[in-house]
Write a protein that binds this ligand. Structure first.
Ligand code: GUN
Ligand code: ZN
Length: 438
């Protein structure tokens, strides 16, 4: 009997690559699924139903339409767990380290997001850039203005995209057009949570920028918002730059270290994302572990702003959960491939060669696990959302030339991350829809 339901299903054909668990080393073949001539079947709402050899899938579903991606890889979409929506036009701002860079370029640019039309225009550009770089899920800072994050949520919802975001909370040490008093921030944030948390694939993150721009009263507001909305995330910055740390401890003199400030206000949990986490003391590493918080590496930003080198090996040895992100616009690229390349170099500078399985795991299943969303994203398996990308490892002349010598999938991944960029992303599917082609 003909299965007419099959007509509502779609098959993608290509080389399937998806992690099953964290790789132990570069030869850990058990850590991933790789099917040379594979197929993925998903339904009309973009839920993956089957992942298998193409021939087996085809014989079970002879009527389903097929998109054939030939020898290209089909992988889970990249997940970017830390970036700044109002900083797209701050990328490539010359000659400053963190605190000067914020004052000179970032705060003035973020002040423009009081204007709804500017937010709308920028939201489209921002999400277009993420998507064309294969990023199908994002965790983003807005500006202090509620309209910034509301506009971004609305644009993400239109695209059926998984977006975690929050209006940034700041009430001191910045120009007054990017400050909002604590009580007002509390009321405005509550309204945004009510409207957007769980609306489509949108989720809210309480977003105190960092301790320097937060009075103790604003920290209390962050604490209340996080405590009253337990399914929301919390995102902030930690120990990125030595001058930042000095200033922070001057503003909070009763605290023994940077992280103890966030701990005092109960901001640490398994839903807490701590961007940068570079210059950590032993006590801070212990506290991150005890609270199951996530240390987020931002390699292109750390090199560009001269902030320091993320101690991946030490954190991994201490069983700290880590994640990787672009940190646009302190970061210099929307490309997760460029980001992985710089992460490799950051580790090389410390005498450690990050293996390409670990890097690709980081950008997909690792980041999904850091967000507690590995039942939805970061992996190609039945029940998950068909957020996936098509990667062409021969997308430039040098890549195709180098690929002639490639013998293993691990080597191919390393070529992709070292030489690849936006041009390697041939297709991007969000909940089963090819949004890059559109
Ligand atoms: N620390 C506080 N705000 C920021 C920001 O916007 N970017 C970076 N890289 N660090 C920060
Ligand atoms: Zn940041």
């Amino acid at each position: 009997m003909e299965n007419f339901l099959d007509l509502n299903m779609n098959i993608l054909k290509g080389r399937i690559f998806s992690f099953l668990k964290r790789p132990e080393d570069i030869s850990d073949l058990e850590s991933f699924l790789y099917i040379e001539d594979g197929g993925i079947l998903f339904d009309e709402i973009g839920i993956i139903k089957e992942v298998d050899e193409y021939s087996a899938l085809r014989s079970r579903h002879p009527n389903s339409p097929i998109s054939d991606f030939g020898s290209n890889l089909i992988c889970p979409g990249f997940i970017d767990v830390h970036n700044h929506f109002p900083q797209t036009q701050v990328i490539a701002s010359y000659g400053a380290q963190l605190l000067d860079w914020l004052n000179k370029y970032t705060f003035p640019n973020e002040s423009l997001f009081i204007d709804e039309n500017h937010c709308k225009k920028e939201a489209k550009v921002f999400l277009d850039l993420l998507i064309s770089n294969g990023i199908t899920s994002s965790v983003s800072f807005g500006s202090v203005h509620p309209i910034s994050v509301e506009t971004l949520f609305a644009e993400a919802k239109k695209r059926n995209m998984n977006l975690i975001a929050g209006n940034v909370l700041m009430d001191r040490n910045a120009p007054k057009d990017v400050l909002i008093p604590p009580k007002e921030s509390y009321e405005k944030s509550k309204k945004i949570i009510e409207k957007w948390h769980g609306n489509g694939r949108c989720k809210y993150a309480v977003t105190p920028r960092f301790a320097i721009t937060s009075t103790p009263e604003l920290m209390e507001v962050s604490q209340s918002l996080f405590d009253e909305n337990k399914s929301c995330y919390l995102q902030t910055h930690l120990s990125e730059n030595l001058d930042e740390i000095k200033t922070t401890l001057r503003l909070y003199p009763d605290n023994k270290n940077y992280l103890s400030i966030y701990d005092k206000y109960k901001l640490l949990s398994d839903k807490t994302l701590l961007a940068h986490s570079i210059h950590l003391e032993t006590d801070e590493i212990e506290k991150i572990k005890d609270t199951n918080s996530v240390a987020v590496h931002c390699p292109t930003s750390n090199l560009f702003l001269g902030s320091g080198l993320f101690k991946f090996e030490e954190l991994s040895r201490n069983n700290i959960k880590t994640a990787i992100s672009t940190d646009v616009g302190g970061g210099t690229s929307f490309s997760m491939l460029r980001t992985l390349d710089e992460a490799y170099k950051v580790q090389q500078l410390q005498g450690f060669s990050l293996n390409p399985l670990e890097s690709f795991y980081w950008a997909t299943l690792g980041n999904a696990r850091a967000l507690g969303l590995d039942n939805e994203i970061g992996i190609l398996k039945p029940g998950c959302v068909a957020d996936l990308i098509i990667l062409n490892s021969s997308s430039t002349k040098i890549m195709s030339h180098r690929m002639e010598k490639c013998k293993t999938i691990q080597e191919e991944l390393f070529i992709l991350q070292t030489l690849g960029d936006e041009r390697a992303i041939e297709g991007v599917f969000i909940a089963g829809e090819n949004v890059k082609a559109a």
